[in-house]
Design a protein around this ligand. Structure first.
Ligand code: CP
Length: 311
């Protein structure tokens, strides 16, 4: 059974085929209005979300199916063995979308091979984001063959892991300007696989990285768990301050965009922490494709679900 987890097992052709389908669905949504009639996507969340929940739920509606939002906090997961509960949960759907605190739990669900499982952002991967990002870059460059150089700025994390891997698989050079990798996100096998393509580069020389860049991406330097009601939890304050000091020199701001000769398009998977990893003027910059990027989660994920269901 096919799952959508870390993408180490997806070929370049398979990724291209999903992206072509996503572009076609975006162009002709009416053709797909009942393709998933009577199909259910179970959407299990252990962490908060705006885009992932909305794009999957709206996507299922638009495909003629249904998405059920399951918040782990309001279910019986805390009372029992995860393995038992997830096996029961998967009896009610055709695909499981899982935003998990730990990838190990996503893998546990996938190993049962009951229904296809999608990692909807664990601490290690964010494959749906990577596909939405590729779709956005393809759109804004007139095809991925015209995307030559992508820059990742800030912290190496779950989002950069999958973006790096898919860019490398598709022959796009990706330069990581990141003083540190988030420890929990590190996957040595993925790193080796991406590095072996010769397409992954590391530097802290921002000007050199940005020269001739087609796209510059960034993401928050913080973890979702640091915040409650928009405020930093006291137990995370020291780590929060440490990260600001470490990553501030790699903030995505107007002067960084200028280093590309003003050509680099600006991407952020959102949510943005304005004034930290990205500045307001850059979010609203004419080169910003951030909101197209958010929308493209919808189109990319429709294609992913259809691919997993063999439709
Ligand atoms: N980029 C992303 O996954 O957004 P959410 O956390 O809002 O789902």
């Amino acid at each position: 059974m096919k799952h959508f987890l870390h993408l180490k097992d997806y070929s370049a052709d398979e990724l291209r085929s999903i992206l072509d389908r996503a572009a076609e669905i975006k162009k002709n949504p009416e053709k797909y209005g009942d393709i998933l009639k009577n199909k259910t996507l179970v959407m299990l969340f252990q962490k908060s979300s705006t885009r992932t929940r909305l794009s999957f739920e709206a996507g299922m509606t638009q495909l003629g199916g249904h998405g059920i939002f399951v918040d782990q906090k309001t279910t019986q997961f805390s009372l029992t063995d995860f393995k038992d509960e997830i096996r029961a949960v998967m009896r009610f759907g055709d695909v499981l979308m899982f935003r998990a605190l730990k990838f190990a739990d996503v893998q546990t669900a996938a190993l049962f091979n009951q229904i296809p499982v999608i990692d909807a952002c664990s601490e290690k991967y964010h494959p749906c984001q990577a596909m939405g990002d590729l779709l956005t870059m393809a759109e804004h460059s007139g095809g991925l063959e015209n995307v030559k150089k992508v820059v990742w700025l800030g912290i190496e994390n779950n989002v950069s892991n999958t973006l790096k891997l898919v860019c490398a698989k598709l022959g796009i050079d990706i330069v990581l300007v990141a003083p540190k990798a988030h420890e929990v996100s590190v996957d040595n096998e993925l790193n080796q696989m991406a590095d072996a393509t010769g397409k992954v580069h590391h530097t802290l020389d921002l000007a050199e990285a940005m020269k001739d860049a087609d796209y510059v991406h960034t993401d928050t330097w913080m973890d979702m768990e640091f915040f409650k009601d928009g405020k930093v939890k006291p137990e995370f304050k020291v780590e929060y301050d440490k990260r600001i000091a470490m990553f501030k020199p790699y903030q995505l701001n107007a002067s960084v965009v200028e280093m590309s000769g003003g050509r680099a398009k600006i991407m952020h998977c959102m949510p943005c922490h304005v004034g930290y990893e990205i500045t307001r003027d850059v979010i609203d910059h004419p080169n910003s494709v951030i909101f197209d990027q958010a929308e493209n989660r919808l189109h990319a994920q429709k294609a992913i679900i259809l691919h997993l269901l063999g439709r």
